[in-house]
Every structure is written in structure tokens, then in C-alpha cells.
Design a protein around this ligand. Sequence first.
Ligand code: HEC
Length: 307
Amino acid sequence: MEMESESPLARWLARSSPYVALLAAWIAMSGSLYFSEVAGFIPCTLCWYQRILMYPLALIIAVGILLPDSRLPYFVLPLSILGQGVSTYHYLLQKTQLFGGHTVCQAGVPCTTMWINWFGFVTIPFLALVAFSIITIAALVAYYGDEPAEPEEDEPYRRPWLPVTGIVVLVVGAFLVLAQTQGQEATATPPEPTALPVIQMPPDAPTPAAMAVASSDGAQLYSQACQACHGPDGQGVAGLGPALVSSELVQDGDGEHFVTFVRQGGHVEEEEGATDPAAGPPMPPCGGHPELTDQDLLAIRAFLKAE
Ligand code: HEC
């Protein structure tokens, strides 16, 4: 802060860093609300802790810029660094066995559920970690930068309302447009039942007899990946997942449609087509466990069929 740097670049960085942090916080907040309110993903306990740390940042940074207050980094860093910690823990929980079977989510959606898994590594806590890290770095740049944040006594200070409200309006507006198009797509999709893509069964696809043997595996996989939402006996859990033992996907056919649906998640196509948006949450692709193979899913199905 006291550093007297002559570099115009350093000064420019210090001056713009709070806006970078503001942008990151508003994208993170709008994005998380989009995931839960528009896409219907259920936030787990760890997701809520990250929200508790991220949402105040969106407002604190805006107020800190408008005042302006050179102590802004002191308010921002405790939240953003803690947030990095929670996101890192959550991401490791999803992607590694470092914490074994331990999970802080006892009820509701397990924290290991991956609602998204873009490119095989970008999950929601990963996105949160990126946002918290951008905010931390921006706060550090502002802290070490030489920009005097307090207005000079003699010159009139003009609060930067335009860039601050501009960022907020742009980000919120973009997500509202996204939500709108998402809603239109949901209602505009033709209701005729689409042909499910044929999945390639592995050459050594289990015979019914082999599947019966594998069904003990199925029980274990089911308890790890599906039970939280579909109940211990596949009878369903109110508000989380429907009963599976009575599902046509489980009881009828050879399991191809079952595997195809579970892989892609979302909503089961009803006979009449369009799903009722009020019907409940979507299912995360593969139950949030992209590591499950087709064979694993067939074993789970065999277990459910035997229930
Ligand atoms: C985070 C919660 C969650 C998890 C975990 C989960 N599901 Fe689901 N599942 C749902 C929801 C919600 C639906 C209802 C989707 C809809 O609206 O059609 C569903 C629907 C289904 C259906 C269709 C049922 C029907 O209506 O015929 C099958 C089959 C299914 N899940 C299998 C699985 C399997 C197998 C696993 C484990 C690998 C799993 N689910 C894990 C939430 C979950």
C-alpha cells in the first residue's frame, strides 16, 4: 500500500482489480443461482458454505468500490481465502479418495454428487474455486498496489456508479437472458418421444446369470451412488428421487434405456412429452458419479430388479 511504484501498469492493475473481483463475485453468485433455480440442481451442504462466503462478497466489493475504502482487501480476503479452502476440500472430495468415505453431507444430496463434469474436471466447486481465487488475487493486487483509494481532500470525488452498476446489470442481465432461453427451449422441444441412442454393450456384456452374481456389487454401488436420492431399498426419497423398483427403465427391456437415461440424467421423457417443471429436481448425469461404467450401471439395475 505504501509502496511508491511508478509503473503505470501497476497503477492500472491496482485500480482495476476491485472491478475484476466484483465481476467474478457477481458471475459466481448469478451462476450458482442459475444452477439451483433454473437448472434445478440441489445445492449440497458444502455448496451452501461456499454460497455463504461468496454472496456477501458481491455486495461488500461493490460498497467498498463506491465508498471508496482502502481497507476493502481486509474485508474481502478472509471470505475469499476461506472460500478457496472450502472449494478445494469439496473438489478433492469429488475427485479423489483423500478423505475416504467421509462426507459432511449426512442428509440430502451427497457432496460427492457432480451435477456437472465439463471436460472431465470442471465441476461446480471447481468453478467456485476459480472465482474465489480470482477474488483473492485481485484483493492482493489492490492491497499491494499504490492506488490511493481515499479521495483527496480538496478535489471533489465522483463515485464510480456507472462501472459498478454496469457490471452488476450486465452479469445479472446475461443470466436472466440465459434463464429465459432455457425456459423457452424446455417448452419448445417437440414432445414426441425421441429415439434413445443405442449404446454399445461391451463385448463381454454380462449374461443374466453373471449379472445375478454381480448383484452384490450392484448393491454396494447402489448404496454409494444412488441411495441418497432413491432410498435404501429403491423406494424413493421425497423431494430427492422417485422410487426405482417400480420404474419401467428398471423392470422392462434389457437395460439399454436404463443405462442411457442414467448416463445423461435430467428428466425422464413422459409419454406426452414435455416434462412438468414443477415435477421436481432433475437427476444428475450418472447420479453424479461419472466414473461408473455401463457394467456398473447394469449391476445396479440387476440389484434393483431383485429388490
Ligand atoms: C442427486 C439425486 C440423485 C441421485 C444421486 C441419483 N438419482 Fe436417479 N433420479 C433423481 C431424480 C430427481 C429423478 C427424477 C428425474 C425426472 O424428473 O424424471 C431420478 C430418476 C431416475 C430414474 C428414472 C426413474 C423413472 O421415472 O423411471 C432412474 C432409472 C434413476 N434415477 C437411476 C439412478 C441410478 C442408477 C443412480 C445411481 C447411479 C441414481 N439414479 C442416482 C435423482 C437422483
